[in-house]
Design a protein around this ligand. Structure first.
Ligand code: URA
Length: 430
């Protein structure tokens, strides 16, 4: 068997078997397959698709391509949640402390922002001193002692995905449902979480443009996870407008703290909805009881206190949790105003791109991020606005004309507009 034969078979629409997929993934992880061969394989999959069986076998081989950390010896279930990425999506910063404060252990592996999407690890690094590069031992110890940890997966985890993702990124092969499903699920299966909730986004600011595509991706990932013996479910949620009212690391970290303190917006609604689903799955509770406990975790201050404990355990400045104004915003504040009367429509992707232009995101994985720049929305999608109303405050280091133009372009003013429902579907069985 050769890598060439496997690419040729996929090119000719043949179904690949377990041995072929294992061989290919081993060759990728060991460096025996060239970037050109990985690109050809990924393009063949993108064009010709994969059966669900092939996709499961590819995912399983990828998950086992590196080291899999040992499960810490804790009683009960360990939970994880994963978002396919969007703009102003700080749900992890809210959901993990809520769940940990209610006794659910959380082992949350997160990623960095790329392109117009933000990353949880960058937002956590807003807390001065906080480390996200925990060793597997530190990660496991924190789950035992504090109840939860949020960190990046190590270089040794799923090396096949690391290589394949880097090649896909520069060969226009990201947007393939089987390749996204195997990439996401290989990383989930290479962790030890028992209960996994996927938040699959669709809309302007997401990978998947339509609810139907997102639903297909969600169902495939749930199927892969269930077949691997994990309790996986998925929410399909809208990402036409930014989820919260803040874009940018410090601004989003401040907002997550505000939501843990009781602020109400779409970020709060979705974070608490996901927390309820995970809590109900972890403890076999009714939806009503899960909702009651989640609301209580916020109103009692227990979730906020747990967040401070997690930040401190990872070396961060926990005072910020009680005084988020300690997180600086960049010095030049510019108001962006409504250009006409109408109902506000907000395009998430353009705001994510504006944040990138301000220096608050990264074009390439190795770029540095300015945590202080960002955008604070003063109006939400669906609000009726008048010409001259302040829609957003933009925080920059200097004038940032290009970014401001992108923020202005994110707003439109139709005569009538109703934003789509936040949660399109919830899939717990396939
Ligand atoms: N996120 C991933 O981890 N992989 C993909 O392919 C797309 C989004």
């Amino acid at each position: 068997m050769t890598v060439y034969d496997i690419i040729d078979a996929k090119k000719n629409r043949k179904e690949l078997g377990e041995e072929q997929l294992r061989f290919f993934v081993r060759a990728v992880a060991a460096g025996d397959a060239s970037d050109a061969q990985i690109a050809a394989f990924c393009m063949a999959v993108l064009l010709n698709g994969m059966t669900d069986e092939e996709c499961f076998l590819l995912t399983d081989a990828m998950a086992k391509s590196g080291s899999v950390p040992a499960r810490p010896p804790v009683a009960g279930v360990i939970a994880d949640k994963h978002s396919t990425g969007g703009v102003s999506d700080s749900t992890t910063l809210v959901l993990v402390p809520v769940l940990c404060s209610l006794g659910v252990k959380c082992a949350k592996y997160s990623g960095r922002g790329l392109g117009h999407t933000g990353g949880t690890l960058d937002k956590l690094e807003s807390f001065a001193g906080l480390r996200v590069d925990l060793t597997p031992q530190q990660f496991a110890r924190q789950i035992r002692t504090v109840g939860g940890a949020v960190a990046g997966q190590t270089e040794q985890t799923v090396p096949a995905d690391r290589r394949m993702y880097a090649v896909r990124d520069v060969t226009a092969t990201i947007d393939s449902i089987p390749l996204i499903a195997s990439s996401v699920m290989s990383k989930k299966l290479a962790s030890f979480a028992d209960v996994i909730l996927l938040d699959v986004k669709y809309g302007d600011g997401a990978f998947m443009q339509t609810a139907e595509e997102a639903e297909r991706l969600a169902r495939l990932m749930v199927k892969i996870g269930r077949r691997a013996g994990r309790n996986v479910s998925a929410a399909v949620t809208n990402m036409d407008a930014p989820l919260g009212d803040a874009v940018g690391c410090n601004a989003e970290a401040r907002e997550a703290v505000a939501v843990l303190g009781g602020k109400k917006n779409a970020l709060a609604r979705l974070s608490l909805f996901l927390a309820e689903k995970l809590l109900a799955a972890a403890f076999s509770l009714t939806e009503e009881e899960a909702a009651r406990r989640v609301a209580e975790a916020v109103s009692s201050g227990a979730a906020l206190e747990k967040f401070a404990q997690i930040v401190a355990a990872q070396g961060g400045d926990a005072r910020v949790v009680y005084d988020p104004s300690l997180l600086p915003l960049a010095p030049v504040k510019t108001a962006v105003r409504a250009e006409r009367d109408g109902v506000l429509r907000v395009a998430a992707k353009k705001l994510g791109e504006a944040c990138l232009l301000l220096g608050g995101g990264r074009q390439r994985a190795e770029d540095a991020v300015d945590h202080s720049v960002g955008i604070l929305l003063q109006k939400r999608a669906g609000d009726r606005v008048k010409k001259g109303d302040v829609l957003a405050e933009v925080y920059s280091r200097s004038g940032a004309e290009e970014a401001l133009a992108r923020v202005r372009a994110a707003f439109s003013y139709p005569a009538a507009y109703t934003p789509p429902a936040l949660v399109y579907d919830y899939i717990s069985e396939v």
